[in-house]
Design a protein around this ligand. Structure first.
Ligand SMILES: *Cc1c(COP(=O)(O)O)cnc(C)c1O
Length: 355
């Protein structure tokens, strides 16, 4: 068995993989594969409806928000957000917390005037800037709640007098959030929701038409909302597997239960990083992510040796992103505490071997 610490696509619950694989052969005893049923069939309509209902139930989404399953990943949202929310010649403000925030900013700049209101680039994004004020005269404020690459996470929503847009790709469904604090949330599915190919958008309906631009339907939130995410053929399989994962989460007890598990998992690993003289964390303690845990070695020359021991112990996907180096353990909802323990044991074994 492998312990998959990959940053995304990533581990999903074993039960979800098993049920999804059965549905590839015969979906709900229809005699058809989930891959061949019509997206207009009543069977798929039930999948679509239940997936939306479970998102609403698990995250407590108010009625005046639409829940959409789109394609194009979070990257498409980098463009869709300004297309839909930023009037021609308008201004929006972005918080710069790393690679994904920078990419979102660059795309938005193609459509209007974008100001970066604060940045943590001065310390290679190892903390979350907190000393900034969101101006009242911009169209919207955008930030990234969990910085997958740097291992930092904003647990508090910054105060904002204007609509708040958040990229929650790597921490949605990992902890309790108050939807009313946001106007638009987006997330590529492949980190905590399901397989790559679906993108979740939760948008407050009063944002529809905000930019005043003429937007092709495929990039228009309102058109997708009116069509109940069936403007064109949706990513049927990705939505179905997301549904299975949402059912798994609900059966577990929902967000409160998974959040407690995530707290314990992250704490277990951070405690070992702090205790073990061979390793050190890279993120500021108060901003440390519960989903992506970044760490390096006190002696960088030993990194290759640790990586090879990790491979021998069936730990995969722990090599750090090139912009931070070292290691990154992505410990999303479906990664079990036994995988965390396997990593901690391997770090201890390495300490024993090398001291
Ligand atoms: C992975 C990731 C993205 C990119 O998502 P795609 O679905 O590949 O476009 C964007 N933002 C964050 C925070 C991510 O973790």
């Amino acid at each position: 068995m492998k312990h998959n610490f990959g940053a995304g696509p990533c581990v999903l619950p074993k039960e979800v993989f098993e049920e999804a694989s059965r549905a590839v052969i015969d979906f709900n005893e229809t005699g058809l594969s989930i891959l061949e049923i019509s997206h207009r069939s009543k069977e798929f309509e039930a999948v679509n409806t239940e997936a939306e209902r479970l998102v609403r139930e698990l995250l407590n989404v108010p009625q005046n928000y639409s829940v959409l399953f789109l394609q194009g990943g979070a990257t498409q949202q980098f463009a869709m957000v300004p297309l839909n929310l930023l009037p021609e010649g308008g201004r929006a403000v972005y918080l710069d917390t790393g690679v994904w925030a920078t990419k979102a900013t660059k795309e938005a700049k193609k459509l209007g005037h974008i100001d970066t209101i604060a940045s943590s680039s001065d310390r290679n994004y190892n903390y979350i800037p907190k000393d900034f004020t969101v101006p009242a005269d911009a169209a919207y404020f955008h930030y990234t709640s969990n910085n997958t690459i740097y291992g930092t996470e904003s647990f508090a929503t910054p105060a904002s007098p204007i609509p708040t847009v958040v990229d929650m790709s790597s921490d949605i469904f990992s902890r309790k959030i108050n939807i009313a604090e946001y106007d638009l949330i987006y997330a590529g599915a492949q980190k905590n929701l399901g397989p790559a190919g679906a993108t979740l958008v939760i948008i407050k309906d009063d944002l529809f038409g905000k930019s005043g631009r003429s937007i092709p339907n495929i990039w228009n939130y309102e058109a997708h909302a009116k069509a109940k995410s069936m403007l064109n053929t949706p990513p049927v399989f990705a939505i179905y597997v997301s549904l299975l994962n949402l059912r798994w989460l609900k059966a577990k007890g929902g967000i409160e239960v998974i959040e407690q598990e995530n707290i314990i998992k992250a704490r277990t690993l951070y405690e070992e990083i702090e205790r073990n003289p061979f390793f050190k964390g890279t993120a500021a303690v108060e901003d440390r992510s519960r989903m992506n845990i970044t760490f390096v070695m006190e002696n960088a020359d030993l990194e290759a040796a640790f990586l090879s021991l990790a491979n021998e112990r069936n730990l995969v996907g722990i090599k750090g992103h090139r912009s931070v180096g070292g290691f990154r353990a992505s410990i999303y909802n479906a990664l079990t505490i036994s995988s965390i323990n396997a990593l901690v044991d391997t770090m201890r074994e390495f300490e024993e071997q090398n001291k």
